[in-house]
Design a protein around this ligand. Structure first.
Ligand SMILES: CC1=C(CCC(=O)O)c2cc3nc(cc4[nH]c(cc5[nH]c(cc1n2)c(C)c5CCC(=O)O)c(CCC(=O)O)c4C)C(CCC(=O)O)=C3C
Ligand SMILES: [Fe+2]
Length: 377
């Protein structure tokens, strides 16, 4: 008796599009990149100069593009090995290769319908809807006569086992790397990008009361802390804290800041910490500057032993999650029943963002890939 053939049919998709943030590749790129990111955002000049310095400290080069190149390579190899025959494209919101250029290429190649995988895992305007607004703008910007492929965003994966399992292992590895005499009392400090509290209040579908961004992170942190407890047979207390606060000082953002939190833990007599950057999918600038450079210096000054857990990056389980999400959605679009993997208490996320989900605090802007296109708020 033969078992049923595994589903490797990507139809109705004829391409996969990796959608990312983009980052500068050298010193001359830094200012134009920051201008791209912050156009119309009211970020104080002082903050921009500071962030510029973070990039210059690393030769003006963000690691994010190379990380996406490495991810693409693994993703193509994974798809090929699994027998999924599908070209993979890559486009960024804020730097070369820009989404518009990539979509123009896809149109020229005759791509009619593409699934989009975003390098951003959670709900909020910054981490989801802004990507969808940028997809709309990129399609609008296509040259005359080019027919854009229809785009679908693959569902949120913050609670997909392929994203969470590598972070569990990374947390265990970071704990194991702490000195023996402080390990047992170590706290797990889950870290994500701060956003304005209003943006968190608006995150998720309007009928779910907002706050999805924080709720999703808390749920994943709970799952990881639980798994770590099972593996180590020890309950490491955990907290969710924030990094990379921006904006004007009088505008409230999510707190506490990771640096303040480390000081508070030291004050309480906590012997060590593992920082788990659960809000990020690779070791880009927020991780290598805000955590590895700044927060590590804070820990050092405090005399608080600290380790930073790796991000999912190119872990084969995370790469495979993209394939699983793609084939799952393809089956859904063909009208088939699917199993949807998810860990934690929230459950698998929707395929199309509901109307008004993660509203733009500055007002309605057209988006793609939602329940209703192009304007849904
Ligand atoms: C939630 C979130 C994520 C995680 C989800 C995701 O990954 O999308 C994220 C990722 C990233 N953010 C990045 C870079 C920047 N973000 C900025 C500004 C801002 N980020 C915000 C939020 C987020 N950002 C917000 C609310 C602002 C304020 C301005 C605004 O309201 O839009 C600024 C301007 C300077 C400053 O204000 O700090 C820069 C340079 C890079 C590239 C890193 C690299 O180059 O390696 C990545 C991956
Ligand atoms: Fe950001």
């Amino acid at each position: 008796m033969s078992s049923p053939a595994p589903n490797v049919d990507p139809a109705p998709y004829d391409a996969l599009l990796l959608v990312s943030f983009g980052g500068p590749e050298g010193p001359d790129d830094v200012v134009p990149f920051l201008e791209n990111v912050t156009r119309g955002r009211g970020i104080p000049r002082e903050r921009l100069e500071q962030v510029g310095e973070h990039y210059y400290l690393f030769g003006g080069k963000s690691p994010i593009n190379d990380q996406n190149r490495a991810f693409l390579k693994e993703l193509r190899a994974d798809l090929a090995e699994a027998g999924v025959d599908l070209p993979v494209y890559w486009g960024n919101r804020n730097w070369d290769p820009y989404l518009t250029e990539t979509l123009a290429q896809m149109a020229a190649d005759g791509v009619r319908r593409a699934a989009c995988f975003m390098t951003s895992a959670y709900s909020s305007w910054s981490s989801c809807r802004q990507y969808r607004e940028n997809l709309f703008a990129a399609v609008e910007g296509l040259p005359e006569g080019a027919t854009a492929p229809k785009l679908d965003k693959l569902r949120h994966y913050f609670n997909h086992p392929g994203f969470v399992e590598p972070v569990v292992d990374a947390t265990l590895a970071a704990l194991a790397d702490l000195p023996d005499d402080v390990r047992d009392g170590a706290h797990l400090v889950f870290v994500t990008h701060s956003i304005p509290t209003q943006m968190n209040d608006l995150s998720g579908p309007p009928d779910q009361g907002g706050g999805a961004y924080v709720r999703q992170h808390l749920d994943v942190a709970e799952v990881i802390a639980d798994r770590v407890r099972t593996e180590t047979e020890r309950a490491h207390p955990h907290e969710l804290v924030y990094c990379s606060r921006s904006g004007a000082p009088h505008v409230p953002w999510l707190e506490p800041d990771v640096n303040d939190h480390l000081a508070a833990l030291k004050e309480q007599g906590v012997p060590a910490v593992v920082m788990v950057p659960v809000g990020f999918v690779s070791d880009h600038m927020e991780v290598i500057y805000d955590l590895d450079t700044e927060a590590m210096a804070t820990a050092e000054e405090l005399g608080l032993p600290a380790r930073r857990a790796a991000t999912a990056g190119t872990d084969p389980r995370f790469v495979r999650a993209v394939r699983d999400l793609l084939l799952e959605r393809a089956a859904v679009e063909r009208g088939e029943e699917v199993a949807r993997a998810a860990v934690g208490s929230i459950g698998p996320m929707w395929d199309r963002c509901p109307v008004g989900c993660c509203a733009n605090p500055r007002g309605a802007v057209p988006t793609l890939t939602g329940e209703r296109e192009p304007i849904d708020q």
